[in-house]
Design a protein around this ligand. Structure first.
Ligand SMILES: NC(=O)c1ccc[n+]([C@@H]2O[C@H](COP(=O)([O-])OP(=O)(O)OC[C@H]3O[C@@H](n4cnc5c(N)ncnc54)[C@H](O)[C@@H]3O)[C@@H](O)[C@H]2O)c1
Length: 337
């Protein structure tokens, strides 16, 4: 590993989200973009031209020629686990975009990564760093709210056919691993797990309402999730007319807590209502608004934890329940599709 203060990062997959990773690395004092790679060489060259480093046409070529400390996996879903395995086997830290896996088989492989060679693995569930989420976690931890009794969550967004046809890995079971659940609403599912604890059962259905003939995966999914006596009702779709703010509402013993970014509303049992509009995390909003604004905080925290050998909150054990729930929802709903 590089012992200097600036870690050498590499971005693999230079499409949409890579632009955010590049901008974040450019702004971090603890990092520099040393290299990037894409099977479409022009994309790697463009990213390197914008944010620095050398361009390669594969992860393998990059690892053979470039000394790097951290690889950022911004590739299609099905590649995260094998690419993480390749980098980790060479002692290189891995920061992967969500979802880390698309199957139980991949989870078996991914969940054993971190033991090898002191490699650190981080998963980009950046919404855990949102100021609204921090606020709710603080309130729940303070005891003021009483215990959560249940929740509802809605992700109602719009994705048109070109979103799938222009990046052909999307919309296919083999490469995306699913649709609206594994891709757009996985962050919201992860937050439900953080707020409500370990899920113990789920019933679910899924459908393709508006992109029949274009995608083979679901564009809409609903689930009733049992968190040990607390039930969460979950609805996600990419068939809405626009990208509405995600809504998460927790009913607690003494109040109802509602996030509808960027607003947080707390309705207390005595009728008092508190409303707060949260500023973007770290003062920085990068990329599309529905990606949230916390990539910089999440990536910066990963680099800090690597340098200080400190625990990272988005490590492999921290996503185990979310990955199990996601895979369980697909298993529960497959017969309805
Ligand atoms: N955290 C978030 O909020 C967020 C937001 C958007 C996307 N993402 C995630 O980022 C990842 C990429 O999504 P995207 O929207 O940028 O996709 P994209 O299709 O725009 O980019 C993917 C890139 O990977 C490249 N690629 C494909 N196979 C490769 C290989 N074998 N080696 C190197 N490069 C390869 C493609 O050529 C493409 O440039 C996905 O996992 C997605 O879920 C996360």
């Amino acid at each position: 590993m590089n012992g200097s203060k600036k870690l050498r990062g590499a971005i693999i997959g230079c499409g949409g989200i890579a632009q955010v990773h590049g901008a974040v690395l450019q702004g971090l004092e603890t990092a520099e973009l040393a290299a990037c790679a894409d099977v479409v060489p022009q994309r790697a060259q463009d990213l390197a031209g914008k944010f620095g480093g050398h361009a390669y046409d594969s992860l393998q070529a990059l690892l053979e020629q470039e000394p790097v400390d951290v690889v950022h996996l911004c590739t299609p879903h099905y590649l995260h686990t094998p690419m993480a395995q390749l980098a980790a086997s060479r002692g290189i830290h891995v920061f992967t975009e969500k979802p880390p896996v698309i199957s139980r088989e991949q989870w078996g492989e991914f969940s054993n990564l971190e033991t090898a060679k002191g490699v650190r693995v981080g998963i980009c569930f950046q919404n855990r760093y949102n100021p609204s989420v921090r606020l709710l976690e603080g309130l729940l931890g303070s005891g003021r709210t009483g215990k959560p009794l249940g929740a509802r969550a809605f992700v109602t967004w719009r994705r048109e056919a070109p979103y799938y046809t222009e990046s052909g890995w999307r919309g296919r079971w083999g490469t995306e691993g699913g649709g609206v659940l594994i891709n757009q609403s996985i962050h919201t599912l992860d937050l439900l797990v953080r707020f409500l604890g370990k899920p113990i059962g789920v019933e679910a259905t899924m459908a393709n309402h508006h992109l029949k003939g274009t995608i083979e995966v679901e564009d809409t999914l609903e689930a009733s999730i049992d968190f040990g006596g607390k039930r969460a009702l979950f609805y996600a779709t990419t068939a809405h007319c626009t990208d509405s703010p995600v809504l998460i509402e927790l009913v607690c013993e003494r109040c109802t807590l509602r996030i509808e970014e960027p607003d947080v509303t707390i309705r207390w049992e005595n009728g008092d209502i508190e409303r707060r509009t949260m500023a973007p995390a770290g003062g920085m909003a990068l990329g599309k608004s529905y990606w949230g604004s916390s990539h910089a905080l999440c990536i910066g925290d990963f680099y800090r934890c690597v340098l200080e050998n400190a625990p990272f909150q988005n490590d492999i054990p921290s996503v185990a329940d979310t990955m199990d729930l996601m895979l369980s929802i697909y298993e529960a709903s497959r017969g309805t599709f």
